[in-house]
Every structure is written in C-alpha cells, then in structure tokens.
Ligand binder design. Structure first.
Ligand code: AN7
Length: 359
C-alpha cells in the first residue's frame, strides 16, 4: 500500500486533462474520509449512511480538488493572475493555490455575506479582495467579463478544469465503498459540484448504464432555490452564505445530473439546515459549515416524507468545514457557556460531583 498521498493531479492523472507540461501543483488535496454514520442512521429508514467529509481538504472545502487543476492549467497556459467571484470557499482555495503556484489572485466577494473563516484565508494568502455591494451573481458577471477581455484566468467552476478536478471525489467514493451508493446527497449553489460528481460517476461506469449509478439528490436553501422553482432568484437569502446564489452558472449541468440519474433537486429551510448542522456536530462529531449540512437536512426531510424503504445506501457530501463560519456556530450555542467564579468548590458543585470524591 502506498501510504503517501500525492494529491489530485498526480493520483488521478490518467483521468484528468494533464500533459507533461502541467505543473505538479499540490497541497495534497483529496483522499478525504468517508465516515460511516453511527448515530444519525438510527433516526433514518436506511441501510447505510456515509459522510464524505470534504472539509478535510487543505483549505477546508471541496473546492481544492478542482482549484488545484484550474490553477495548474492557468500556469501551464502562461497566466500570472487568476480571478474568481466567490461566496467564500472558492476565494480561499484560489488564494491558497495561487500562492503555492507563485501567481497572483483577485477575488470578488459579496460585501458582508462571506463567512469570517473564508475571508481570513483569502486575506492571509495575500489575494486582492474586492468586496462589492451586490451578490455572488453580480460578482460572477463582472469576473466573466474581465477575464474574457484581460490576461487573467477565470477559476470559477465555469472553468472546465474545476469540474474535472472535482469529479475525482466520485472516484474516491467508489474506490472506498467498492460499489456505488443508491443516493448521493449534496448541497447545490452554483451547481458545479453536482455536475462534477455526475460526470465522475458516468466516466467510471460508461454512459449506457446510468441506472446502476447513484441518484443525485441536490438541496438548495429555500431562499435561494432557482433550480427548484425554475426561475433565477434576484435577491437570494439564506443563513448558508456559501449557497446564497440566485442564478447558478452550471444550471444545465445540474438539471442534466438530476434527470439522467433519476434524482431530484429540492429546497430545505434555514431552520432545517441549522438543525442538521447541530445533529452532525452533536451526534457524529462532525463540524461542518451550514451549507454543507443541507445534504443531511435534505435526507432527513425525505426520510420524514416516507421516501426511503430501509434498504437504501446514501452518501452525504459534507462540502466545507465548520470552522469556516464560526459566527453562525456560536450564535446557535452561545448560551451553553457557563460562567463561574475561579473556584474548584463552585465548579465541582455545579458539575454535580460534590458527593463523588474518591481518595
Ligand atoms: C461549502 O465559494 O460557490 O453547487 O464561491 O462553499 O458547486 O456551487 C461555494 C459553493 C456547497 C455549492 N457547499 O457548490 C463559492 C461557492 C459549500 C460551498 C457549495 C459551495 P456548487
């Protein structure tokens, strides 16, 4: 067994559009754990439930898989600057890989709507951070225009290398499980990831046999669910800022993944998202950001609706780490902090240990 993990480009080279000239860029992204549910499964009518914890990637989200390839190809193409619009994670990943590759990074973010951890990453990696008084969709439109007119590489997921890199997560799931799950549940924002997973599964098994592939079940936030209603949302809103997107760039890819796989794209409320986030943390020991919990929120909802028969296997993609968004986490449980005097006696008393002292 090869215990050294060499990263997405090197490990999956045979499945990616790499050439001898592609730089061997890596922060050892990929190879993330597929963790079996031990507690939440007990509330569900399912045979098995696994969590693919993409928050374990080097910058804390799934974006690293595609970003490593997009940046490597930009460098191969002679580019010195990359640019993206972002709800946060793409900017953190772009900033890190740009630095690793020795090039510059510019990010456009929606002012005030990006989680603190992600902003700190982009700034620490020395990206040019431009906050606009608009949402992600406005930022992406500007980035698309600038990158088509100036020598700056676009690294949003409309860059096909992003999708190529991200499809490797599907390969890992099949590699670990030695089979495919019945359902793949994931949050959907700009819809690059659902497009990428579906591409990955299809490449592994061939186009004809889509009936043996997992059904893709995507979940958007209720206040930002254009793929559910079929109409772009002008003013998207959700606590899950990562997926606060009103007009997904990979709209067609998402609908295609849904329809070819026989899956669905549905909405979950902010309350359902936060409940799922706390369940993952409290019951399984997995701390994810709100957007990532949309996958479990959706599975919980479908279970409640009687959708599952008890024989299905489900993989939930947990796209980003909980430390990305400490504000939302603390807001939910600040009142759990107990403030006491610095006294052993008082603390022992409060903990209910008073009568239990041994020698
Ligand atoms: C944690 O960083 O769009 O459907 O600009 O950060 O592929 O867009 C982030 C998206 C899910 C949605 N979970 O994935 C960005 C950005 C997390 C995310 C999504 C995002 P896509």
């Amino acid at each position: 067994m090869n215990l050294y993990w060499s990263g997405v480009i090197s490990h999956f080279a045979d499945y990616l559009p790499v050439t001898p000239k592609t730089p061997e860029l890596t922060l050892q992204e990929g190879n993330t754990p597929l963790i079996q549910s031990q507690h939440i499964i007990n509330h569900l009518k399912l045979k098995s439930l696994f969590f693919k914890f993409e928050g374990m990637n080097p910058t804390g989200s799934f974006k690293d898989r595609g970003m490593v390839l997009a940046v490597a190809k930009a460098v191969e193409d002679g580019k010195k600057v990359i640019m993206c619009a972002s709800t946060g994670n793409t900017s953190a990943s772009a900033a890190a890989y740009a630095r690793r590759a020795g090039i510059e990074c510019i990010v456009l973010i929606p002012q005030g709507k990006i989680a603190l951890g992600k902003l700190s990453q982009a700034l620490m990696h020395g990206a040019r951070v431009i906050a606009i008084q608009g949402n992600f969709d406005d930022a992406l439109a500007i980035v698309r225009s600038i990158t088509s007119h100036y020598p700056v590489a676009l690294v949003n997921s409309i860059n096909p290398y992003r999708i190529e890199g991200q499809k490797t997560a599907a390969f890992e799931i099949v590699d670990w499980m030695k089979c495919v799950p019945d359902y793949l549940a994931l949050p959907v924002g700009n819809a690059g990831n659902i497009t990428a997973y579906w591409k990955g599964f299809k490449e592994l098994f061939g186009r004809k046999e889509t009936n043996v592939l997992p059904k893709m079940i995507g979940f958007q936030a209720q206040g930002a669910c254009p793929l559910v209603t079929g109409i772009p949302v002008e003013k998207p809103h959700t606590v899950a800022t990562a997926i606060r997107i009103g007009n997904p760039a990979s709209w067609k890819g998402a609908i295609n993944a849904r329809d070819e796989s026989g899956g669905s794209i549905e909405a979950v409320t902010d309350e359902e998202i936060l409940t799922a986030q706390r369940m993952l943390a409290e019951e399984e020991g997995l701390f994810v950001e709100p957007a990532s919990a949309a996958s479990l929120a959706g599975v919980l909802k479908k279970n409640k609706q009687g959708f599952f028969q008890g024989k299905e296997s489900v993989v939930c993609i947990l796209t980003g780490h909980g430390l990305k968004d400490p504000d939302i986490a603390i807001e939910q449980c600040r009142d759990r902090i107990e403030s006491l005097e610095p006294s052993e006696e008082i603390i022992v008393e409060r903990l209910g240990l008073s009568g239990a002292k041994h020698d």
